[in-house]
Design a protein around this ligand. Structure first.
Ligand code: SAM
Length: 310
C-alpha cells in the first residue's frame, strides 16, 4: 500500500454504510452502492471492476435482479457508471459487465461520454443443459473504458502474457524479421478470454450465484493496476475482486448489499472470524441440483461443512 494512505478516508462516513470492516489493504462495506458511491471522493481509485445485477431475475436474496423495463435498468446502470467515472483517477480504468442483451445500450452510452478501450468476451464451456432450439449463451461481455482517449492509462502487458501456441511450438522461424528469429513463445491475449466458470469442486467456490473466477480478475488487476493501487468493486458479491487485489498487493474497496455475501467477504478476506455472534465458516451449497462425486459428503440440507480452518 502507498505510504500514509488510509483507505477509509476515501469514503466519507455516512448513514448509508450499514456495516464496515477494514485492514491496511482492505475496506469493505455493507449497503447500497448507489448511495455509498456518492460519498467516495473524486478521482480516488485507480481501477474499478463492476459486475452488477444483470436484470435477468437471479436470486440475490435481499435485492432485485429484475427491473420493470429495459430503460429503467439502463438508467440505473448509467447512474452508477457516472458515479464510478467521477471516482476514477484520470489515468484509471474501469471494467464493467452486464448481460449480452443489455451491453449494447451501455456501449452506446459510454462510447459517447467516455472512451472504450476494449470490448472483451469472457467465453466458457458449460456442462449444463443447453437450449435445443437456439444457440446457448456461452459468453459474457466486459467493457474496458477510461475517461478520455487523451488520457494515459496503466497497461502492464508483460504481466499477462500467455503461451503462443502456433509458430513457437512448431519451432518455426519468422522470416519477416531481419535477421530471421524464432517465433515468440509468449503473446498478449486477445479480447476473447477463456476461463472456466467457478465450479463446486474448486477451492475458490463460494455460495454466491454469479461468482466470477479469480483468473479473470487476476488478468484485469495485473494489467490495469500496479502494486499499492486502489481497486474498487461496487457490487462485490463474494468479494472475488478484493480477494484477488489483496493477493496481488493492491488495496481493495468493496460494497455489497446482501449481509450474507458481506459475511463471505469478512471471512474470505480474513477480516473477522465472527459476525454478530455467528461463527463465519465456509459452507458450500450447490448452485445447481446436479450431483457430483462429492454428494456423499453433503448432508440432507445440501451442506458440505468445511470448517476445519477454525
Ligand atoms: C453479479 S453479482 C457480483 C458477483 C461478484 N463479482 C463475485 O465474483 O462474487 C452482483 C452483486 O451485486 C449485489 N448488489 C445488487 N444491488 C446492489 C447495490 N445497489 N449495492 C450493492 N450491491 C448490490 C448483489 O447482492 C450481488 O451480490
Amino acid at each position: 500500500m502507498k505510504k500514509n494512505m488510509n483507505l477509509q478516508n476515501i469514503v466519507e462516513n455516512n448513514n448509508n454504510i450499514l456495516e464496515k470492516a477494514n485492514s491496511p489493504k482492505t475496506f469493505i462495506m455493507l449497503g447500497d452502492s448507489i448511495q455509498i458511491l456518492k460519498f467516495i471522493k473524486n478521482k480516488s481509485v485507480n481501477l474499478i471492476f463492476a459486475d452488477p445485477p444483470y436484470n435477468i431475475g437471479k436470486d440475490f436474496g435481499n435485492n432485485k435482479d429484475k427491473w420493470n423495463s429495459i430503460s429503467e435498468y439502463i438508467e440505473w446502470c448509467k447512474n452508477w457508471i457516472n458515479e464510478c467515472m467521477r471516482i476514477l483517477k484520470d489515468d484509471g480504468t474501469m471494467y464493467f459487465m452486464t448481460a449480452t442483451q443489455f451491453m449494447s445500450y451501455l456501449d452506446v452510452f459510454v462510447s459517447e461520454k467516455y472512451n472504450v478501450l476494449s470490448r472483451i468476451i469472457w467465453s466458457y464451456d458449460s456442462s449444463g443443459v443447453q437450449s435445443k432450439k437456439m444457440f446457448g449463451s456461452l459468453y459474457e461481455p466486459i467493457l474496458m473504458i477510461n475517461k478520455s482517449n487523451k488520457n494515459q492509462y496503466t497497461f502492464n502487458s508483460k504481466d499477462i502474457l500467455i503461451e503462443a501456441k502456433t509458430g513457437a511450438k512448431r519451432g518455426l522461424i519468422d522470416y519477416r524479421k531481419n535477421p530471421p528469429q524464432p517465433y515468440n513463445t509468449q503473446k498478449l491475449p486477445g479480447n476473447v478470454w477463456e476461463f472456466s466458470r467457478v465450479r463446486f469442486k474448486m477451492d475458490e467456490y463460494e455460495n454466491h450465484p454469479t461468482q466470477k473466477p479469480e483468473k479473470l480478475l487476476e488478468r484485469i488487476i495485473k494489467v490495469s493496476s500496479n502494486k499499492g493501487d486502489v481497486v474498487l468493486d461496487p457490487f462485490a458479491g463474494s468479494f472475488t475482486t478484493i480477494a484477488v487485489a489483496n493477493k496481488l498487493d493492491r488495496c481493495g474497496i468493496g460494497i455489497e448489499l446482501n449481509p450474507e455475501y458481506y459475511k463471505i467477504g469478512l471471512r474470505r478476506l480474513n477480516l473477522a472470524k465472527e459476525f454478530n455472534g455467528e461463527i463465519l465458516c465456509k459452507i458450500k451449497l450447490r448452485k445447481t441440483k446436479n450431483k457430483s462425486k462429492y454428494s456423499c459428503l453433503i448432508d440432507n440440507q445440501g451442506i458440505l461443512p468445511l470448517c476445519e480452518n477454525l
